[in-house]
Design a protein around this ligand. Sequence first.
Ligand code: ADP
Length: 425
Amino acid sequence: MPHAEEMAAIGEQRLSAIFEIARLLAGQHDLETMLSRFLSCLIATLRAAETGILLLYEPEQDWLVVKDAQGYDLRVLSQIHITSGEAMSGRALQSGQPAVYPDPAAIAAVRANMSPTNQRLFEQATAALDGPQCAACVPLIAGTTRVGVLILENRSEPGHFREDLPFLEAVAQLIAVSIEHTRLREELQQVRALEEANRLKAELISTLAHEMRTPLTSIKGFSTALLLEEATFDAPTQREFLTIIDQECDVLTDLIHDLLESSIIDAGLLRLELQPVRLERLARDTAEDFARRSSKHRFLVDVQLPIVDADPHRIEQVLRNLVDNAVKYSPGGGMIVIRGTVEEKQVTISVSDQGLGIAPEHLNRLFDKFYRVDSGLGRHVVGSGLGLPIARTIVESHGGRIWAESRPGEGSTFYFTLPRPIDEE
Ligand code: ADP
C-alpha cells in the first residue's frame, strides 16, 4: 500500500490529467490531435501505464478501429478491425464494463479469440516489445453512445491498475464526451460546408443560365436578321453582325470551357505535363494577345525569370485567367502589369490592375468555387466564378500558392508562385 505522501502525489497527478483533458475538451482540436494527446496525457500521469491503445467504434461497420497507439507501430495496428466480443477491446465494447487483466495469462486468455488476421497484425505491431504483464481496458461511453475503448498496459510487472480503475472510469467518460463532441463539431462543419457549396451551386446554375442566355439571344437575333429574306444588309453591316456573333460565341465557349474544366478537376483528372518553361515568353504572348483585344488598357511586362519546370498550357491558362480578370474588372482601362520576381526556392508572378479592387472580406473567398463578388458595375460582367478556383488547383498542383491583394477603388494584384527546380550543381 503506498504511503500518504505518495498518495498525495498520485492524487495531484490525476488532477492535473483531468485538467489537461478538460483543457483539450475546451480547445477546438481535430479528432486525431485530441486522441493522441489523451493517450500521452494518461501514459504520463499513470505510473502503471507504459503503452496504450485508443480504439474508436465505427457503427456502420460495427467494429473498432485503432486510432492512436503509443509504444506500438500505429500504421500496422490501424489495419486491425475488432468486432464486438473479440479480445480485450471487443469485450469491453460488448459489456460496457471496464476490466483489469492482472497477468500475462489473463491477457493471453482474453486475446485467444482474436481473428487470425488481427492476431498476425497485432504480433507484427508489437514485434519489438516484450509482452504486456498486465492491462486495463475501459469502454468509452458518452451517455448511451458507444464511442470506443481505451487500453493501457504495463510491460514491466504484473498486478497493476486495480486501484486506478475508478480514476480511469471517470477519465474515460470525459474522453468519450470530448470525442463525441469533436465528432459532432466536425460533422456540423462538413454539413455547413456542403450546404454552402450547394447554395452556391444552385446560384451558379441560375446565373449560368442567365449568362448563357445573353450571348445566345444576340447570336439568335443577328443570325435571324442576316437570314431574313425581306431585308438585305450592306457588306459592312453584315460584317458587323457576324463579328458580334463571333464574339458572343467566344463568350459561350469560355463559360462552357470553365464548367468542363471544373468538372474534370473535381473528378481528379488534372494531369500535369511538366517541361522547362520560359515564363517571360509566356507572359509576353499573353499580354500581346490581350493588348490586341482591349484598346483601353496598356500592358507592361517585367518578367525576367529563370526557366521553371511546369505544364506550359496550364500556367498559360492561369496567367490568361488573371489577365482576363484584370481587364474585366478594370472597365475604365488603365495599366495592367505582369511582373516576375525570383527567390531562392521559387518564382512569383503577379498581375496588377488599376480597376475596381476587392473588399477585404471577399479577398480570401475569391478562390472558392462559384464565389463571385457583386462588382457594383452597372453593366453585368460575364463570368462563371470558376476561373480562380481552377487557377488555384493548377498552381497548387505545381506546388505553388496563389493569393490576391487589393484595395477597393485602387486596383488589385494577384500573385502566384512556382517552385524552382533544385539546383544540381
Ligand atoms: P469570374 O471572373 O468568372 O466571375 P473568377 O473565379 O475568375 O470568376 O473570379 C471570381 C471573382 O473574383 C469575380 O467574380 C470578381 O468579383 C473577383 N475578381 C477576380 N479578379 C478580379 C480583379 N482583378 N479585380 C477585381 N475583382 C476581381
